[in-house]
Design a protein around this ligand. Sequence first.
Ligand SMILES: C[S@@+](CC[C@H](N)C(=O)[O-])C[C@H]1O[C@@H](n2cnc3c(N)ncnc32)[C@H](O)[C@@H]1O
Ligand code: SF4
Length: 400
Amino acid sequence: MNTLYPVFINDTKIIPQPNCCFVYSKRQQIFDIFNFESLIFFSEMHGAASTQRIIDNIAANYPAVSLEVIENDLLKLQKFLKERGYLATYLNPFDNSTVFEYTDRMREIKIVQAEIEITKNCNLRCKYCFNESGNGNPELPLNQWIELLDSLYDRGLRIVKISGGEPFLYPSILELLEYAQEKFIVSVNTSGYFIDEEIASKLSAMSIQIVQISLDSKIAKIHDSLRGKGTWEKAVRAIELLHRVNVPIRISTTVTTHNYDEIGDMKSFANEYGAELSLEVLNNVGNARKMESAYFVTTTEKVNQYSSKSTAHKILDELEMTCQSQIGIVGISHKGNIKPCNLTEEFFAAQNADVVVKFEKNWHYANSPVLANANSASDKVISLLKDGTIKSKDKCIFEY
Ligand SMILES: C[S@@+](CC[C@H](N)C(=O)[O-])C[C@H]1O[C@@H](n2cnc3c(N)ncnc32)[C@H](O)[C@@H]1O
Ligand code: SF4
């Protein structure tokens, strides 16, 4: 078995970060985040070395680690990579050493994933909206978003989540998605309100990783009491229309005391549409601050049971980190400004490539022996939050 030659499949790309490592496949529209140590294995999977040779090479470089542990870790990693479609194993050497992007700048954090608030405008007024979305907010024209996406792409951005406000209120949303899906792994969050047959069919013609629809209950009254009259019907219709044309769907449920007991039903509902279920516990941010405390759940047992943590959160836990910006995941405001996450206010003004440089400079600690350790970047973010340099809308969802 160890005589096979593992090699990354052509469209797999690896972007090393200072503390972790993104592996993505544009063709399959999937990505995973690995811990930094996985790079030791990845860099050997170029096709010219058999599994046994890789084990021996690593063992020679890490004499303190037993051969058994190395073999075990490598085989586990290979199995996972094969199952996800990133890796193949061949009987003979098969050279492919072109999977690494930005290896020369490995010590700098790349902005790999961004959640973009494409607009702050929204037709709804959900009781809990952390974004406090509304009307009359100026929007960036399409060409400026494209410029920003391009400059981020050149620096490493590969995964884009489009959110808001309501993305489908942005006048050029379909053009923007069309452009973005050519280069990135793209998902879009929506209330579903504006999804009709025509939009569903246009989305199905694109390569969108997932469309996330907010649905808080199987019972219209519960959903509508939080998100507005008639919104349940619109959300369910959107799910049906998208399902009909085979667009991958994620249902996002904001968990309150009003729907806590039906989380299991939501899971079955999602299954009916082949959809993922993402459970987001109500955060006391933005409009939610005006809600009665009775809405906020005190136990999250069922949330943990029915919703698995995102890869980003899993890796943050594993690395004992507290801030997503430290692994290259950032928020981008409706003005095009970069921020550590969407729960913080804008930090770097002006939207252009220069912003990215400023951001990376501030999140680049490789030259500092104090800041180079795993938790320092989040410490830095926390101190910036504390001294008011970065303004948080409320308590940071990580630890601040
Ligand atoms: C801000 S909305 C933007 C996209 C779109 N308008 C929608 O409602 O899906 C993104 C997601 O955040 C969720 N959300 C809003 N405020 C929240 C809060 N205070 N706590 C937890 N989730 C919240 C919404 O339910 C929605 O799934
Ligand atoms: S949660 Fe989404 S739909 Fe509701 S007000 Fe906020 S942006 Fe609009």
